[in-house]
Design a protein. Structure first.
Length: 157
């Protein structure tokens, strides 16, 4: 296994990965984990978690029901309930009964949650741009694999 990638412009063969042996699923999983770790660390410096960010971003343009939010966040409803309870306690979000259907409860950003979203957005955008640059440098599957390898390299340089 290659632990260091000198340049994301390297070919797969230059970093010891023959194109026919590229396991994109493994590389995608590793890249996802690394991006989440990098972003999570940056968010933690601001007192937030990746889970906080995902909910803040999902609520940015308006309220959602708990069911919609659970589906969009990809978490089971009981897990979402605990996260939303924590965010309500931190005054980041609030719950409100839907005016058009009193059985539905909407989750909305509180002003403090909006401010946190706005403060975290540049951190998220920097990571998105870093990923975008690496992927744009890849013209083929092997190059894309090298970019993913660069994203998930043990040393983040």
């Amino acid at each position: 296994m290659v632990s260091r990638v000198r340049s994301s412009r390297s070919s797969a063969a230059e970093v010891g990965v023959p194109p026919e042996n590229v396991d994109l699923v493994e590389l995608l999983w590793r890249a996802k984990r690394t991006v989440a770790e990098r972003l999570g660390a940056a968010l933690a410096e601001e007192g937030a978690s990746l889970d906080d960010w995902r909910l803040l971003a999902l609520l940015r343009y308006g309220g959602r029901s708990m069911a919609e939010l659970a589906e969009a966040a990809g978490v089971p409803p009981p897990t979402l309930t605990k996260r939303v309870d924590r965010m309500v306690a931190a005054n980041l979000v609030h719950r409100r009964t839907d005016d058009s259907d009193r059985r539905r409860v909407l989750v909305l950003l509180a002003p403090r949650g909006q401010a946190l979203h706005d403060r975290l957005l540049p951190l998220v955008e920097r990571e998105r741009e870093r990923v975008r640059r690496l992927v744009q440098q890849s013209a083929d599957v092997a190059g894309f694999a090298v970019a993913l390898l660069a994203l998930s390299a043990a040393e983040h340089g």
